[in-house]
Design a protein around this ligand. Structure first.
Ligand SMILES: Nc1nc2c(ncn2[C@@H]2O[C@H](COP(=O)(O)OP(=O)(O)O)[C@@H](O)[C@H]2O)c(=O)[nH]1
Ligand SMILES: [Mg+2]
Length: 356
């Protein structure tokens, strides 16, 4: 899974990236940067509890990739804006960072300024493609009947998005079927992505007023969450050893680090869920799309497991932890035998039986 960190210059994107990924990318850099990339482990207390039970040789959390791109702002020029936004097109989730830590900035209008850049980028793509498709239809399109039908359906979807984008709403305000989504997947529309708006606070700034102002600016966009955290403090905490960090947090009156929340919420916003494999060898979280059938989920572990799939033994993670072992779980009748098409649920522990 891939999470893009974006926003206006100086919002605190790189600071947040460093905090989340425990990196030391240069802060205070402005336009023209290459993106910063990092792989981050997803904190998951369910997996921690499974590992506490099995004491495995290996403990392997799910991972997500974060990318931190240069800022985009009004008047930057179409070309450099497009170059920055191109890095975000394949992201599963967007994190929009808002500077709330500086006096004299207005978080709500900063949110709107950046959101407008995203909308204009999407609208530009929609308009160019619509124009092209309409021309093809007018000229009597080339290709097979099926190809023509697909293009006509694509055109219909784009014509649904267009007025919404023109009215200043994000594309995710339009409910699309899976089929419709597939038709426009390649565009990577930015305002269609689940979005986390993160207000970057000063060290002891209260979050509530900023969150209220942002919620008012955002309105009722679906698949959007708002968080607030002091990014620089979080970054500094990430550089300390655990004990030092605890002392520092107590001195600052900070109850918990918030970066875990950013990672967890980004994961939850995406269409991804985790299932587990658990044993003395390894306890591990695997990432799949919600709705994935068991046979395909098995393929996330190894292609042989999908190819030779017989069935899956499935138990919920908390039931396994409660009863203490797979054998005891079986006695209680808590282990289900599921076939190829079973839709794997978030938090399932799977044991795949296979034969190749
Ligand atoms: N006081 C304060 N300064 C911050 C905070 N976050 C970022 N900064 C400063 O703001 C500037 C821009 O931060 P940076 O992360 O590079 O912003 P970016 O352009 O969005 O990547 C840097 O000088 C940071 O030190 C914060 O939470 N508090
Ligand atoms: Mg930066």
């Amino acid at each position: 899974m891939y999470i893009g960190i974006a926003g206006l210059p100086g919002a605190g994107k790189t600071t947040l990236f460093n905090a989340v990924a425990r990196q030391k990318a240069q802060v205070g850099g402005y336009a023209g940067n290459e993106p910063n990339l990092a792989v981050v482990k997803v904190p998951d207390e369910r997996l921690d509890k499974l590992s506490a039970l099995f004491q495995p040789r290996k403990h392997t959390p799910a991972e997500v990739r974060f990318v931190d791109v240069a800022g985009v702002a009004k008047g930057m020029g179409q070309e450099s804006t497009a170059a920055v936004l191109a890095h975000l097109r394949t992201a599963d989730v967007l994190v929009q960072v808002i500077a709330a830590h500086q006096d004299g900035r207005n978080p709500a209008s900063d949110y709107e300024e950046f959101a407008l850049e995203l909308q204009l980028a999407d609208l530009g793509q929609v308009e160019r493609r619509v124009e092209r498709l309409e021309k093809e239809v007018r000229l009597g399109a080339k290709g097979t009947a099926q190809e023509r039908a697909t293009k006509e359906r694509e055109l219909e979807v784009l014509q649904k998005l267009r007025p919404v984008l023109e009215s200043g709403q994000p594309a995710r305000a339009v409910e699309l079927t899976q089929d419709e989504q597939r038709l426009i997947l390649n565009f990577g529309f930015l305002t269609q992505k689940p979005t986390m708006v993160v207000a970057n606070l000063a060290d002891e700034q209260p979050p509530e007023p900023v969150i209220t102002a942002l919620n008012a600016a955002i309105g009722s966009a679906p698949r959007t969450v708002v968080l607030a955290l002091p990014a620089r403090l979080e970054m500094d905490l990430g550089e300390l050893a655990e004990e030092e960090a605890a002392e520092f947090m107590e001195a600052m009156g900070v109850a918990e680090r918030k970066v875990g929340e950013v990672i967890r919420q980004a994961y939850a916003l995406s269409e991804s869920i985790s299932f587990f494999t658990a044993g003395e060898d390894e306890c591990r979280a695997w990432t799949i799309r919600r709705g994935t059938p068991a046979q395909e989920a098995a393929g996330a572990i190894h292609s042989d497991l999908a190819r030779g799939f017989i069935r899956a033994e499935v138990i919920r993670w908390d039931q396994l932890v409660e009863v203490g072992s797979e054998a005891a779980a079986k006695k209680k009748g808590w282990v289900r035998q599921e076939g190829k098409t079973y839709e794997v649920q978030d938090g399932d522990v799977l044991h795949i039986l296979f034969n190749v």
